[in-house]
Design a protein around this ligand. Structure first.
Ligand SMILES: [Zn+2]
Length: 342
């Protein structure tokens, strides 16, 4: 199982050195671009990663890079050029975000330090690296902060052995409601920040707005990672409603703070479920709110008008339902049905 682990580099002392290395990588990249241009002009065969490797051989020492880094840049250039179907790619310059790829043999990690081409960088070791490092890179985010990414081969023993079966209703008011009654709310912190972003934007403080956005995106990702981790560790079956943008468009609430979270949460659940061999299903959530999970009668709150109704009583069997928990239970039932069909 291949995973990427990201750690923040302790900036202040490392930034100048990393910036310098990144400039060297840009140099290699731009050299690749020039070789490509040259080939275009003289009607030569377009260079492959292998060709570029040969052309750049021996330049690593002068640039202060590990030779594998030069190779990685060449290969990435060739791969992206091919993928983009363009004749050449964009120049990498001052405004490009720094990027320095490496292979495991080109670095040495001891405790919270990573040594690369004679430079030792410290990073915030927020969690252990749970396996063998294969490759990785140093990379900057939009705030120009440096991170080190390790691509790690994680042993299969990390697999969860959960047995719970859970249906999940994704919603506008609550990010996710589980069939066992648990509710996962987006942390108040980032809900409140939305207003501050709007204010920054109104006052044309775009840098502040961007910084705050990056911060929120980070926190949201972190939060969703933790929640999806918990669920996939304790469950053997996860069923999620297929709620999508269509329903959102109808409700005039497309700007809900949860909407950005949904898609990511569902993606995380799916990929973690697959990695942990948890059965994952998506089912139609149509009628899931209106159907009584006890007796199957339809009589619950409907659509937009019913959005304010949080609790209701079934007219058939008199069961009292929490709107979202009931929906999650129906989703779990549909999941069971879809499994039985196969
Ligand atoms: Zn009922």
């Amino acid at each position: 199982m291949i995973r990427t682990y990201r750690y923040r580099v302790k900036d202040s002392s490392a930034a100048p050195q990393l910036n310098k290395l990144a400039r060297s990588c840009n140099f290699v990249w731009n050299f690749c671009n020039e070789s490509q241009e040259h080939a275009l002009r003289w009607n030569q065969r377009w260079p492959t990663g292998f060709d570029l490797n040969k052309l750049t051989a021996g330049c690593s020492k002068e640039l202060g890079l590990h030779s594998q880094t030069v190779q990685a840049v060449c290969e990435e250039y060739a791969a992206r050029r091919k993928q983009s179907k363009k004749r050449k790619l964009r120049w990498r310059g001052k405004r490009s975000l720094g990027w320095i790829p490496f292979k495991a043999s080109g670095i040495k990690v001891v405790d919270d330090t990573v040594t690369y081409a004679g430079n030792t960088f410290r990073f915030w070791k927020s969690r252990d690296i749970p396996g063998t490092i294969k490759t990785g890179n140093f990379a900057q985010d939009s705030r120009k902060r440096w991170y080190v990414n390790f691509v790690v081969e994680v042993p299969e023993t990390e697999l969860a052995t959960g047995t719970k079966q859970i249906g999940i209703d994704l919603g506008l008011k609550t990010l996710a409601t589980c069939s066992d009654g648990r509710k996962i709310e987006a942390p108040r912190w980032y809900r409140n920040q939305q207003r501050r972003i709007a204010e920054h934007q109104r006052k044309k403080r775009s840098r502040q707005a961007r910084n705050l956005q990056a911060k929120i995106a980070n926190r949201r990702k972190d939060f969703l990672h933790k929640e999806s981790d918990k669920l996939t560790k304790e469950c053997g079956l996860i069923v999620v409603g297929d709620v999508g943008s269509a329903r959102l468009a109808k409700t005039n609430m497309a700007k809900s703070v949860n909407d950005a979270g949904w898609a990511m949460f569902r993606n995380l659940l799916e990929y973690k479920a697959i990695a942990r061999k948890v059965v994952y299903r998506e089912v139609s959530e149509r009628l899931s709110t209106q159907t009584c999970s006890g007796c199957g009668a339809i009589g619950g709150p409907k659509g937009r008008e019913g959005l304010g109704i949080r609790e209701w009583v079934c007219g058939q069997c008199n069961a009292v339902h929490d709107r979202d928990v009931n929906a999650a239970m129906n989703i779990l039932r549909l999941g069971h049905q879809s499994l039985a069909l196969k």
